[in-house]
Design a protein around this ligand. Structure first.
Ligand code: 13P
Ligand code: SF4
Length: 300
């Protein structure tokens, strides 16, 4: 089937199913073309929470679909490919968090939204790349256990020297954001480009960036200049071209999230047609995970 036919089918099925399609910024342009909401993790979570449609289709990775179900449990939440996970999220388990907590009983626990629902259930709060500093600083505790991303943990630590951020031991990182090097940034800056880095980039990369931002915030920042080097997943370049056609964006074509690219138009069509790919968070995890997410959303 051609792309055009698939798009027509998806749009027809979306209406028939009364579905809302929410797509992450890293998704393919053809997925963006049929989506109702496009954004970063926080924007997708907020849109899912207030959605009134009976079916929410999450074009992203599994933790995003879990988050949608936790925040709006009466909806049918679908993901077009159940294999679309996040290796960073899968690294962390509730046992690792609870073991770390034994060593730091006074510490608050903040987990990145890129984590499983079971991890969210044993945390005090969730955070995203866009609000991590604000969420951590909302706790009176001096010590804050933070995971699974050690790069985001070090970013929060540098912004909040008064806190002791305790990265989850042997913590994880996102392989996509490890594709960027300080040397590349130094070179690209000689061309006059400004640099926006995602906080999942390592410290030696972030150090050279003009801005550090979530993918949602990158869109706002990009409007303020002409020529940009974007240190995040390469799908973000397409998104920025869509929104800012007069600006120039370069990035690293090796920075590809294989899981984000598992969502195709064909799978989206099948998912809407068969109502397949249901994501349901088990009831015993739901209440705790919801409390952590709602805490995050309550922080002004
Ligand atoms: P954002 O919330 O900034 O879109 O980040 C999500 C993510 O998975 C980055 O790799
Ligand atoms: Fe996970 Fe990295 Fe992919 Fe984001 S880019 S979903 S952190 S693997």
């Amino acid at each position: 089937m051609t792309k055009r036919n698939l798009i027509a089918d998806v749009l027809r099925l979306k209406t028939e199913r009364k579905a809302l399609i929410l797509a992450h910024n890293y998704q393919l342009p053809e997925i963006h073309a049929v989506a109702d909401v496009i954004g970063d993790s926080l924007e997708l979570a907020l849109a899912a929470r207030k959605a009134t449609e009976p079916v929410l289709v999450i074009c992203g990775v599994r933790f995003m679909a879990e988050t949608a179900h936790i925040l709006n449990p009466d909806r049918t939440v679908l993901i077009p490919n159940l294999d679309a996970g996040c290796p960073l999220a899968d690294f962390l388990t509730p046992d690792i968090i609870l073991e770390t907590k034994k060593h730091y009983p006074e510490a608050a626990v903040v987990v990145y939204i890129n984590s499983t629902a079971a991890c969210k259930a044993v945390a005090d709060s969730v955070c995203t790349s866009g609000n991590a500093v604000r969420i951590v600083s909302s706790f009176p505790n001096r010590q804050v256990i933070f995971g699974p991303d050690t790069n985001l943990a070090s970013y929060v630590q540098s912004a909040l020297p008064e806190k002791e951020i305790i990265p989850i031991p042997e913590g994880g990182h996102c392989y996509v954001h490890m594709e960027f090097s300080p040397e590349d940034i130094v070179e690209v800056k000689t061309t006059g480009a400004s640099v926006i880095a995602h906080p999942e980039c390592p410290e030696e990369v972030r150090r050279h960036a003009d801005y550090i931002a979530s993918t949602g915030k990158m869109v706002e920042i990009a409007k303020t200049g002409d020529s940009w080097y974007i240190c995040t997943e390469s799908g973000m370049l397409e998104r920025l071209y869509e929104l800012c056609p007069d600006q120039s964006f370069i990035g690293n074509e090796d920075a590809i999230c294989a899981d984000m690219k598992k969502i195709t138009l064909q799978e989206l069509m099948t998912c809407l047609r068969d109502l397949s790919g249901t994501v349901q968070v088990p009831p015993e995890i739901m209440a705790g995970a919801r409390k952590s997410l709602e805490y995050m959303l309550s922080v002004p």
